[in-house]
Write a protein that binds this ligand. Sequence first.
Ligand code: NAD
Length: 498
Amino acid sequence: MNTIGHLINGKTFVEGSQSQDVFNPATGEVTKKVDLASKSTVEEAIASAQAAYPAWRNTPPMKRARIMFKFKQLLEENADKICELVGEEHGKIVHDAAGELQRGIENVEYACGIPELLKGEHSKNVGPNIDSWSEFQPLGVVAGITPFNFPVMVPLWMYPMAIACGNTFVLKPSERDPSSTLFVAQLLQEAGLPEGVFNVVNGGKEAVDTLLTDERVKAVSFVGSTPIAEYIYSTANANGKRCQALGGAKNHAIVMPDADMDNAVNQLLGAAFGSSGERCMALSVAVAVGDAAADQLVSKMKEAMVSLKVGNHSDKSNDFGPVITCAHKDKVVGYIDSAEENGAEVVVDGRNPQVSGYENGFFVGGTLLDRVTPDMLSYKEEIFGPVLQVVRVKTMQEAMDLIDAHEYGNGTCIFTRDGEAARYFSDNIQVGMVGINVPLPVPVAYHSFGGWKRSLFGDLHAYGPDAVRFYTKRKTITQRWPSAGVREGIEFSMPTMK
Ligand code: NAD
C-alpha cells in the first residue's frame, strides 16, 4: 500500500517507524498510509530550513516572485490531478475542490507581487542631514500547521507569502488527507525553489510539539479547531515564538423579514451544505427575525432540500460528499440526536442517507433543524457537518445579541433589502468577517482572513497584507553621514530635531 512520506531538503522519503491509515471517505476503505514523523525527522526538516535560510533571505524578491509565477502555472496545469487527490481523501466534489484550488492560487498570485509588498518606508531629513527608514526583514524558519478541510488552500494561505518574504518553511499538514498537500509542495520544488526552503513533515502531536518547542522556529501559523488553536498559541508563545492560531466557528446568518427569501434560501443551501458543512465559514445557524420569516424560510428550505444530491467526489452532479471519518459522522449524528431530544424539530433528517454504491461511506445528508435554542449543545458547539439550524427571534437586535454572545466570531451574514439595517449590522457585530447578502464572506487574497473572539488567537490575520507583517519584522534605521570637518559635540539630553 502506498505510504505518504515527507519532503525534506527537496527529497521525499518515508521514515517507517509509525503510520496511520488514510481513508477514502466515500467508500470507507483504507487506501493509503501516512507516515508519522518522529521528533528527529522534524528536527531534520528544521535543520534543512535553517541551512537554506541565509541564501534565500538574500535572494532578490524579484527572483523569489519568478518562482511563484512558475508555481502558479504548474498549479493550473496540474489542477485536475490536485482536485482528484483532494476528492479521494477529503471527499469534496471536484467542482468544490476546483474552487478551493482557485482560492489557493490567488494567494500565490498575491505573493507574486512581493517586490512591491516588501517596500519599506522612507523619510528624508528627519533631522538635519539625517534620514530614517523602516525595512521588513524575514524572521528565519517559520512553521505552518493545517487542518483537513482545505488540504490545498489553507497551506497556500501560509507558505507562498512566508517564502516570498524571505523565510524558509516547515509545513505540518493534516494527517487525514495528506496527498494533495504533498503533491502541491513538489510542484513548488519543480518551479525552481532551492532545496530546503520548503519542507513538509506529516505527523501528529509529536511533530507539532517539536515545531512548537524548537528554538530555531521563529513563528507558527496554525489553522484548525479552537482547543488545539489555544494550545498552539500558548505553547508557541511560551517558547518565544510569534503565533497566529485560527480556530473554529459557528457562523450565523440573520434572515430579515424583508429579505429576498428565494435568494436567501439558495445562498443558505450552498453555504450550509457545501463541502458537507466542513468549512470554517459554513453558515450553520439561520436566525430568522419574526415567525413569518421563519415559517417561510423553513418551508422553502424543506422544499429545496429534496433535490440535494450527496455522493462521490468524481460525480460533478453531486452537491456534496461524505464527512471526513466514521467517527466524525457519529459526532454529527450525535448533535442531531441531542438537539431532537432537547426539543428541536427535525424538519429534514439526513442521519440515514442512501447513497447507492457507497453504502460504507461516511455520508450524512443535509439536515434542517427548526426551533433550536441557545442552550442546546448543537447550538453551542461547532458541528462541522451538513446541518443547518434555525433559531427564531423577534427583533434584529435580539439576533445580533445572540451572535455577539457566542464564543466564536469567525463569519456572519445578513440577508436584507434594508441598507440602514445592513450598515448597522456590519458596523456593530462582534465578528471578524461580515457578509451583506453574501453568505461566505471569505476575504479575497489581497485582504486578510481572520475571525474574532475564540476563532483567532493572535493579532494578525492570515494571508494578504497582514501576512507581510506576520512573516517579517520591522527594522528602523536612522542614518547620518557627517561632512568632513563638521563634527557634533557631546549631547546628554534626549536628541530632538534641531
Ligand atoms: P484539528 O484542530 O483537529 O487539527 C488541525 C491540525 O492540528 C492538524 O494538522 C492536526 O494534526 C493538528 N493537531 C490535532 N490535534 C493536535 C494536538 N493534540 N496537538 C497538536 N497538534 C494537533 O482540526 P481539523 O479537524 O483538522 O480541522 C477542522 C477545524 O479547523 C474546524 O474546527 C474548523 O473550523 C477549523 N478551521 C478553521 C479555519 C479558520 O480559518 N478559522 C479554517 C479551516 C478550518
